[in-house]
Design a binder for this molecule. Structure first.
Ligand code: ADP
Ligand code: G6P
Length: 736
């Protein structure tokens, strides 16, 4: 039976050593808590780090760890102390975490840590590859494993691979500062589906892919040479019923069942009819805005002194990454702030902040959630923030107000919360007052809407949607696999080619025989290509024709020493072997004087673009322009041209990063039709890469071998990866 393999740095359970005894504790953090229920339901395995290093384990302990994780349907990746120092505490948490959360000033770029990151991603790949069977699906998680999708794809191209990023993807302006930006994007692009919590992160990612990798992006699909990758946003939910039911059970607790913590909370609540608890729960992380929150609370008490002795902030900060200096500093700062504010405001019967720096069992989290009238969640940046959602799920009595930072991914779907900017103390203080004084009917109205959505879009639903979207990418792959020029098809093609009485071999030039250059005039044929073409040209049973949008002048300059069949200008001119150039179509050129000034205005307003003036057409090239600006400008240009082309009998062709305007009676298809009616061919092979070649494919009989370079939609029968693969195929035609 096919299985799903979840891979993340941390397993849902962590193993600790306590006096040489193993202790198994649940992991904290959104990823582990969120995916736990998904894993529990399925028949898959979860691969990740156990929490202990190789150095801490002798053989006996190693096998105990193995057993302990196996029991939970997990597999451990073995990491050394050096891996933890450089990959986990280092590159993951001193480079990627701060950079992706816009904390540039905390971000370190260390080559040694990058090396460790690569090495550990490979270790993960090894373990995954040991467990993959045909038909399995792999779901990789988070920023610690950005290189893993490609490492798996390279070895197992037919496996469905999903990747989900649980933290923000930063804007291009931030991401471009990262020294290993290409490698990291390349690693992520090994996946078939890439998921983000919000559309903003998705948009930032696509922008970097376009600008840095220069790949083509259509809506949410990225075209690679031989694959299409889907990108989408899936806001992660929580196990709603688990929290909701726990809160309901909590309501019915009798005194003897209450925890010590609950009793303390009750004491405060019962001390006065007006008392209220304000709650915050986070990992102790600088992205969570903990000092800001404390300062804003101080500001609130000063601005609205009537709340003194009535309102208490309960802050649970769970220890996290405490070996990273920035986290140590944050802990010190938090301790000092809490001390100072409690010292300043405390009375005999009231301390404004109760601060816990520790992990708590689930039951205590429920105590906190259900006892607090307000949750104050104020991250400076947060990929999602599940605590906000958990708080809402536990408000079973219809009361409770969520004050939430608009910098948390969760804010995008929680409009009924009171949203604040975590840097605006005035706003936080005023909003906290509104929250504390909100009429119950209003609280209940807002809660109802939020709860309905959280219940519907639970973590199970989130995982199901991701998985079904990943499954649907299989369809693409299957089509490209069935139409890929695999060894069987190319062997048959070569033998048909050899055995034919007369072959017609139609080859496009740019993007098919040579790659693209920034300046079209730099793409002259190299020696190897000329040698290959000469051999093909001398085959007695073959007519080789180069069919291109290039102008006659350029081909004359590059190829006049050789006697090739050439079709230029998209089909205006034909040069047959041993013959002179012949004009196939009568074309007008007066229109150019009207269109040229329009194109010039586009060049002026779009840096990096230029016009190529050909004899019969005008081409506006935008390969070097900013891809997003170019996308807007191409739409604008198309609109402007639409009204002009019908009056002038023109057509607009969208090539590879170029828009070309030419007479509408000219295209490669018409030229192709002339060739095949003039002579009898019993075998035809046509290869091309862009939109203009679709005319060629369409004009040919069904049984021809029509081949598209790249992975874009096409009328051709087969796909081939790139210009190198085209040349390798052509070499086979002349081998014997
Ligand atoms: P992050 O992923 O940055 O840690 P989230 O708010 O998305 O932040 O997720 C935190 C998760 O950790 C929540 O599911 C929360 O219930 C859980 N959690 C927080 N504190 C504790 C704790 N003391 N013990 C166990 N789980 C905790
Ligand atoms: C966030 C990250 C997770 C990480 C968790 C806890 O939720 O997105 O990948 O596991 O924090 O952090 P830690 O470093 O303890 O694994």
């Amino acid at each position: 039976m096919n299985k799903t393999i979840i891979v993340s740095n941390r397993l849902p359970l962590q193993i600790k050593l306590n006096n040489d005894k193993l202790e198994v504790v649940p992991s904290v953090g959104g990823l582990a808590t969120g995916l736990k229920s998904v894993h529990a339901d399925g028949n898959g395995i979860w691969i990740g780090w156990s929490g202990l290093t190789e150095e801490e384990l002798d053989d006996n302990l190693k096998s105990l760890v193995k057993q302990a994780v196996k029991k939970e349907k997990c597999e451990a990746v073995s990491l050394t102390q050096d891996d933890i120092d450089n990959y986990y505490l280092g590159f993951s948490n001193k480079t990627l975490w701060p950079l992706f959360h816009y904390f540039m000033e905390y971000t370190e770029f260390e080559h040694e840590q990058w090396q460790a990151y690569k090495r550990v991603n490979e270790k993960f790949a090894e373990v995954v590859l040991e467990h993959i069977e045909d038909g399995d699906t792999v779901w990789v998680h988070d920023y610690q494993l950005l290189l893993l999708p490609k490492l798996i794809k390279d070895k197992k191209p037919n496996t469905s691979i999903g990747f989900f990023l649980h933290i923000p993807f930063p804007s291009y302006e931030i991401f471009r500062t990262f020294p290993w930006r290409e490698e990291v994007l390349d690693g992520m692009l090994g996946a078939d589906l890439l998921g983000f919590h919000t559309y903003d992160y998705e948009r930032h990612f696509l922008s970097s892919v376009k600008r840095i990798m220069r790949l083509e992006v259509n809506f949410n699909e990225i075209s690679m040479a031989d694959r299409t990758i889907k990108v989408d946003s899936f806001p992660m939910g929580i196990d709603y019923n688990k929290f909701h039911n726990a809160a309901l059970a909590h309501l019915n607790q009798d005194e003897s069942q209450k925890s010590e913590l609950q009793k303390r909370l009750d004491d405060h609540i019962q001390s006065d009819a007006d008392t209220k608890l304000v709650l915050s729960i986070d990992r102790m992380d600088y992205t969570k805005g903990i000092p800001n929150r404390i300062r804003a609370f101080e500001y609130f008490l000063n601005k609205y002194p009537e709340f003194k002795e009535k309102v208490r902030l309960i802050m649970l900060a769970v220890p996290s990454r405490s070996d990273v200096p920035q986290y140590k500093k944050l802990k010190r700062e938090t301790d000092e702030l809490v001390g100072r504010i409690n010292g300043q405001f405390a009375t005999v019967s009231w301390t404004p902040i109760w601060y816990y720096y520790r992990s708590m069992p689930f039951e205590n989290l429920i105590d906190l959630y259900t006892s607090s009238q307000v949750a104050l969640i104020t991250p400076i940046r947060d990929g999602m923030n599940l605590v906000a959602k958990e708080y809402i799920a536990t408000r079973t009595n219809g009361h409770g107000v969520l004050v939430l930072s608009e910098m948390a991914g969760a804010s995008k779907e929680m409009n009924e919360a009171l949203l604040i900017n975590p840097n605006n103390f005035e706003q936080i203080a005023d909003t906290l007052k509104i929250a504390l004084e909100m009429p119950e009917a209003e609280q209940s109205r807002r809660l109802h809407i939020l709860q309905k959505r959280l219940k519907r879009y639970s973590v199970e639903k989130w995982a199901d949607e991701f998985m079904s979207s990943l499954n649907s990418t299989k369809k693409y792959r299957e089509t490209s696999i069935t139409r890929a020029l695999d060894t069987n098809v190319s062997a048959k093609m070569v033998s048909d080619f050899e055995n034919a009485q007369k072959n017609l071999l139609l080859l496009d030039y740019d993007g098919t025989l040579v790659g693209f250059t920034n300046n079209p005039q730099d793409a002259s044929p190299d020696e190897d290509l000329i040698a290959l073409l000469l051999k093909l040209n001398s085959l007695p049973n073959t007519d080789l024709v180069l069919i291109s949008g290039r102008d006659r002048e350029t081909f004359e300059r590059w190829l006049s020493d050789y006697d090739f069949n050439l079709i230029t200008d998209h089909g205006v001119w034909l040069k047959s072997k041993n013959k002179d150039w012949k004009m196939l179509e009568q074309v007008k050129t007066q229109w150019m004087e009207n269109i040229l000034p329009i194109l010039e205005t586009f060049v002026d307003r779009t840096p990096g673009t230029f016009i190529e003036r050909k004899k019969y057409s005008l081409a506006w090239h935008y390969r070097k322009a900013d891809p997003e600006l170019a996308q807007i400008r191409t739409m604008e240009l198309n609109t402007v041209l639409t009204s002009l082309i019908s009056n002038n009998d023109l057509s607009v062709l969208e090539g590879n990063k170029v828009i070309e305007i030419k007479g509408s009676n000219v295209n490669k298809g018409r030229a192709t039709s002339r060739l095949i009616t003039a002579k009898q061919y019993d075998n035809i092979v046509a290869i091309g890469d862009d939109w203009t070649d679709e005319f060629t494919f369409e004009a040919l009989p069904e049984k021809s071998y029509t081949i598209k370079v790249g992975s874009k939609k096409t009328k051709a029968n087969y796909y081939i990866k790139d210009t190198n693969a085209v040349r390798e195929l052509l070499v086979k035609f002349v081998k014997n």
